[in-house]
Design a protein around this ligand. Structure first.
Ligand code: ACO
Length: 153
């Protein structure tokens, strides 16, 4: 894996929409959760290569709203490092559970999150049909439902 550092977004950093929209193609939805979220950047040198967005849902529950890695650097462990960072921060801040939602079609993401100890907790039926104007296909499967996975901290 390339050497990376993970740090909070600083006030003079541009919001990395190119990365955020990789994980969530709706700019409207992204903007709706950025307002009260903590954003972290993964950097190699001075290049931003990944993003992580954490949003508290209750005093006990925090959600990874968005995680993305620059396409050319995917598959080298940066996504795993970002999720592990989220788990560490959430635990230190006293949350009891961390959750993450992804599509039924997001096979690689479901693999990654379960390997990191998340378990399927519920399904938001037809989430991607209701919230996105265009059909989304991944791995030859239509994204219809959101699978929510949770991990106790
Ligand atoms: N297919 C199969 N396995 C995959 C895939 C995939 N598409 N992506 C990751 N994995 C597996 C890897 O094989 C690896 O497993 P291993 O430990 O058994 O070898 C594990 O997941 C970790 O892989 P990383 O290299 O850490 O993953 P990466 O750096 O590519 O980051 C991420 C994963 C964030 C999903 C990245 O691929 C990405 O940015 N994708 C596009 C955006 C996206 O889909 N984001 C998540 C949407 S859900 C949300 O944001 C809440």
């Amino acid at each position: 894996m390339p050497e990376i550092t993970i740090r909070p977004l600083a006030p003079d950093d541009a919001m990395p929409y190119d990365l955020l929209l990789l994980a969530d193609p709706s700019r409207e939805l992204v903007d709706s959760y950025l307002a009260d979220a903590a954003v972290f950047l993964a950097e190699t040198g001075d290049r931003i290569v990944g993003v992580l967005v954490l949003s508290p849902l209750t005093d006990a529950l925090v959600e990874v709203k968005n995680v993305a890695v620059e396409p050319a650097l995917q598959g080298q462990g940066i996504g795993r490092a970002l999720i592990q960072h989220a788990i560490g921060i959430a635990g230190r801040k006293g949350f009891k559970t961390i959750c993450i939602g992804t599509a039924n079609s997001s096979i690689g993401q479901l693999h990654l999150y379960q390997k990191l100890g998340f378990e399927v907790s519920r399904i938001k039926e037809d989430f991607f049909i209701r919230n996105y104007p265009e059909p989304i296909y991944e791995n030859g499967i239509q994204a219809r439902h959101m699978i929510v996975l949770a991990k106790p901290l």
